[in-house]
Write a protein that binds this ligand. Structure first.
Ligand SMILES: [Zn+2]
Ligand SMILES: [Zn+2]
Length: 267
């Protein structure tokens, strides 16, 4: 863990699930919603566009690819305030999920446009190219593969491979045996696994159908795939630093931690 990035790296920009939070009790883990920057040399991929996107780098050598896992607002609210979109002469590629019939690139106009937002994406000074995400995608040296997991309305899980290293991103996922086996295949041998651990065992019981998971399921996936690092993500808005620190201690596992906003993992 460091603040410098190497040739292939992950920067955590937002870890919070459902809604951004702020206050001294969230200082350590952070309050911004889902956004992760993956860089490989000149190329960058942004996983989700939650409020953490506001802190993403604006000047990048190649147009970044922003990949939306699904349409829920906590994964989308940072987009309108990503400063790069307002810069003349820039291009940003945005990939939206093709999970549900009837929801595609035009769905963005529902959120970005009056009365919910003053501007449409086409009104920004920079060019935003919106694409529908396909099964796989290449961004420079990065190869991205996807699958749809168990979440209300669906949600894409991503694996990004660069050379012999890879990162898997499993957000907004509720355990269910069949899709879990497919996740094991998607994430097999990944170096870093990001996994939805919004709930602990008890709160998961009372939130069945909400589409989220637990640290223990994350460890199960880590063991099944041989991943060396597990970063638990999508922290519940009610999980303060104290709660997360305590859960981390209880887990007491090497290579397992709750992701902290601002941390960089070099691969
Ligand atoms: Zn979410
Ligand atoms: Zn969701």
């Amino acid at each position: 863990m460091s603040m410098e990035h190497s040739e292939f790296s992950l920067t955590v920009l937002g870890v919070r699930g459902s809604v951004p939070v702020s206050g001294p009790e969230y200082d350590e883990y952070g309050g911004s919603t889902s956004c992760y920057l993956v860089r490989a040399g000149r190329y960058s991929v942004l996983l989700d566009a939650g409020s953490g996107l506001v802190n993403a780098p604006v000047s990048l050598p190649e147009p970044p690819a922003i990949l939306l896992s699904h349409w829920h607002l906590d994964h989308l609210i940072g987009l309108g305030m990503y400063e790069r979109l307002s810069m003349v002469g820039t291009t940003t590629d945005l990939y939206v999920p093709a999970l549900n019939e009837g929801y595609g690139p035009e769905t963005l106009d529902v959120v970005f446009g009056p009365p919910y937002w003053p501007l449409e994406l086409s009104d920004y000074a920079g060019d935003v190219h919106v694409h529908e995400m396909s099964q796989t995608l290449d961004v420079g040296p990065m190869h991205i593969s996807t699958m749809s997991g168990n979440h209300p309305g669906g949600c894409l899980a991503f694996r990004i491979t660069c050379g012999d290293k890879s990162i898997a991103y499993v957000t907004d996922y509720e355990y269910e045996p069949i899709s879990f086996q497919r996740l094991v295949s998607l994430c097999d041998g990944a170096d870093v696994l990001l996994y939805d651990a919004q709930y602990d065992g008890e709160s998961c019981q009372s939130h069945q159908g909400f589409g989220h998971s637990t640290p223990l399921r994350g460890i199960e996936l880590m063991e099944a795939t041989g991943a060396s690092q597990l970063l638990l993500i999508h922290h519940d808005p009610k999980s303060t630093d104290e709660i997360l620190r305590c859960r981390e201690r209880e887990l007491g596992r090497d290579g397992v931690r709750f992701a902290r906003e601002g941390e960089v993992v070099n691969l």
